[in-house]
Design a protein around this ligand. Sequence first.
Ligand code: BES
Ligand code: MN
Ligand code: ZN
Length: 485
Amino acid sequence: MNFELKPFSLVEAANQKCDALLVLVPQEFKPGKDAFSALLGQLQKAGDLPLKAGRVLSLYQPAQAQAPRVVIAGVEGGSAKQWRQAVQAAFASVKSAQPKKLVLAVAGPAGEVGLRAVVSALAEASYVYTTTKSKPEGRVLQKVLLACSDAAALQTAFARACAIVQGVELAKEWANRPANHATPTLLAKAAQQLAEQPRFGCEVLGPKEVAKLGMGAFMAVAQGSEQPLQFIVLRYNGAARTKAPTVLVGKGITFDSGGISIKPAAEMDEMKFDMSGAASVLGTFQALAALRPAINVVGLIPACENLINGRAVKPGDVVTSMSGQTIEILNTDAEGRLVLCDALTYAERFKPQAVIDIATLTGACVIALGAVRSGLFAGNAELGQALSRAGELAQDLCWPMPLDDEYGEGLKTQFADIANVAGRAGGAISAAKFLQGFTGKLAWAHLDIAGTAWKSGAAKGATGRPVGLLVEYLMAQAAPERSAK
Ligand code: BES
Ligand code: MN
Ligand code: ZN
């Protein structure tokens, strides 16, 4: 989909040829002198202007506009949520007409919050997954012209929002694919294809190389599957080699059956989304390709299936991780931390300035935070704050969670250096404590996206989160003065 941003007035926007014109009206709207504003003024006087976010007024072929369909929607107080609601409601009321070209005009300034919300909400509302349909009917919407009075001041934010949309959509594509269409090998191919861009590189390590590295925890998860594991190393080199990179580690379990500690059948299909962390790393790299910031980034993806066969790892088995620490695998369904711990050890070789892992790690995080905010576990306070800020800017929120050592007590065992599970209480935190045991002196943070990476029920599908948060964090590293308040 193609977005364009223009500093058009309402009347200029209304004179564009398109299939539908959506007009977003801020609460403080004051009509100008042109014909289209006059129409809005009339509605305002009559008390018919839909000022509540989510309310719309549809007009058909009004004389004041070129578009056959015109929808007016209020944005009320102008919070990100209200902008999104307005866009969703306005788009919903023209969707059945299958518009190819839309003009979305703000009756005044959009501001950065409004612009971001509009771009992401329109992309989301028009997104269609087609890869495994026999007769694909893809996205109809092709072109969106955005018009607002402050367009000139918003070009940087606009470029970023568009790059984030591209990244989010790549992440959604891979997360949405069923596990038989998104095997570890196919994920590795996708990474290699991404790396065909300038300044990119990609190396994929297979079972032999991973064994040589001694990644016993990662291998233990993969050994119950016929699909060979893949360890993907993506690189974006936007700065001098001497500049320390940021490392992103994405959990890439392409299907999580639970292993011998098998999951219940209900909704097990949703465990195809268990590589959403990996998908968010791919999506973030896609956005980097568009934005080309002067930073270095490494993406690490341990990818495998968590299945069951005669060779599958068993509860009670003890394995040796790449760090040398032995792990008692008490529950084979706590596999994410096993693949991540070896990737975190591998990350040390890059002498990174920061390491961020992204994982659909625990059901407990879904219970704690629901689908609204991702769980943020920061071993480094400064990194945690930067990630929180990035999430707010991108409207892709997270929430800080604790890492007191007491939360790790339950991971003690007589049979190895550490167990892979503690009790049920505080399960998202003990999982994070497990990971922390493999981060040494690294500046590390962990994002548990179990609740935010996909939606269940009728609207089942990947969200592409937290690509927005990650891209904003990285862009702030490239231009720290911009992020400072
Ligand atoms: N991928 C799951 C976490 C998950 C569950 C994400 C539900 C989204 C929705 C993870 O591998 C897992 O199974 N975790 C276990 C850990 C437990 C055995 C300590 C869990 O959360 O139940
Ligand atoms: Mn699991
Ligand atoms: Zn899992």
